[in-house]
Design a protein around this ligand. Structure first.
Ligand SMILES: NC(=O)C1=CN([C@@H]2O[C@H](COP(=O)(O)OP(=O)(O)OC[C@H]3O[C@@H](n4cnc5c(N)ncnc54)[C@H](O)[C@@H]3O)[C@@H](O)[C@H]2O)C=CC1
Ligand SMILES: O=C(O)C(=O)COP(=O)(O)O
Length: 312
């Protein structure tokens, strides 16, 4: 008999079919359907697939007394009640390293579009404008790129920046022995040094509003911020004020405090490039993440353990 898996986040039909070779799948994505599934089948569920955004609450965990393993499809797990799950002895795993290249590509897509003003120039061209009437956008060569979080994604961003002949610096919880880039012991000094600040650290309380008015002012009127991490890392109101008062030059955002909506206060700026949390979204990256989910859960049920446990 296959173990019963509850998928509580959007997963394509093709991927669900692949997963169903190994599990009996219960699939629910709306709040109502999730509540009904838990009420009807909670005790039968042995595994859950969710995401950082969709999470899993303590009450939901308690509705599944025989739950053994919870997996986040992607890397982030900020809305999974990890402490509660651990208390219950539930194994936790994520898709660490499955989408890093894709997210780094996307960070660069946002970075280039923002700094080289691609969207306003596209509009200008379609309206019959030509180059004499627009401000010259800056180039990237020789610019300083500051990275918050030199993990899997941060390193891929650093490699790409090096290929663009940019200087790279970073701030993480600690300096890394295996990275030659200059380390800054706090975000403020990194922002003071940087022309462009790229955020690639996890969400959650430790990074909440790390990028505030002071950090944006340290970046300065020629500075840019790119966020592919989590919306909570930037104080949205402080960013809106800095853009309105031109205290920074622009921003590129893939993630928001108000997901799944982009905040109203940001929609009017043409110094801003927005995408709807698609940084880890490519056929290749999603395939990797689904494969990792299978490796994790099948490893667990075969007694080998998961491949990428969420760190303690
Ligand atoms: N836009 C998107 O679609 C995606 C966003 N993400 C976000 O990016 C984050 C990072 O992903 P990975 O690089 O794969 O994870 P990772 O775990 O490999 O790297 C995280 C890095 O952040 C640093 N960090 C953690 N807490 C910190 C703190 N309080 N202050 C400073 N640095 C801190 C760590 O030291 C580490 O270097 C994920 O947690 C997720 O929130 C991840 C994938 C897709
Ligand atoms: O890997 C991550 O953390 C991501 O943000 C990717 O999105 P997802 O978790 O698949 O909703």
């Amino acid at each position: 008999m296959k173990p019963i898996l509850f998928i509580r986040t959007l997963v394509s039909e093709a991927h669900r079919a692949r997963i169903a070779e190994h599990f009996d799948v219960l699939y629910a994505t709306s709040a109502e359907d999730i509540a009904r599934t838990l009420a009807e089948s909670g005790p039968r569920i042995r595994a859950v697939l969710t995401t950082g955004l969709m999470g899993l609450t303590a009450a939901q965990i308690d509705a599944m007394p025989n739950l053994e393993v919870v997996c986040a499809l992607g890397v982030g797990y900020e809305n999974i009640d990890v402490a509660h799950a651990r208390q219950r002895g539930i194994v936790l795993a994520n898709g660490a390293g499955t989408n890093d290249a894709c997210v780094a590509d996307h960070a660069f897509a946002l970075l280039l579009a923002t700094v080289r003003k691609v969207l306003p120039l596209d509009r200008h061209t379609r309206e019959g404008g030509w180059r004499a009437t627009v401000d010259m956008p800056p180039g990237l060569t020789g610019k300083r790129l500051g990275i918050l979080g030199l993990g899997a994604i941060g390193r891929q961003i650093a490699r790409r920046a090096t290929a663009f002949d940019m200087e790279v610096g970073y701030h993480s919880r600690r300096a890394r022995d295996d990275a030659a880039y200059p380390y800054f012991s706090d975000i403020l000094s990194l922002a003071q040094w940087s022309d462009i600040l790229v955020l690639a650290a996890p969400g959650g309380p430790a990074t909440h509003h790390m990028v505030n008015a002071q950090v944006l002012d340290a970046l300065g009127p020629q500075g840019y911020v790119i966020n592919v991490a989590r919306g909570s890392v930037i104080d949205t109101e402080a960013l809106a004020s800095a853009l309105r008062e031109r205290r920074i030059a622009g921003a590129g955002l893939d993630v928001y405090e108000s997901e799944p909506d982009a905040p109203e206060t940001l929609l009017g700026f043409d110094t801003l490039v927005l995408t709807p949390h698609v940084g880890g979204w490519s056929p290749e990256a999603v395939n990797n993440s689904v494969q990792r989910f299978l490796d994790n859960t099948l490893g667990h049920f075969a007694g080998r353990g998961v491949v990428s446990a969420i760190p303690a």
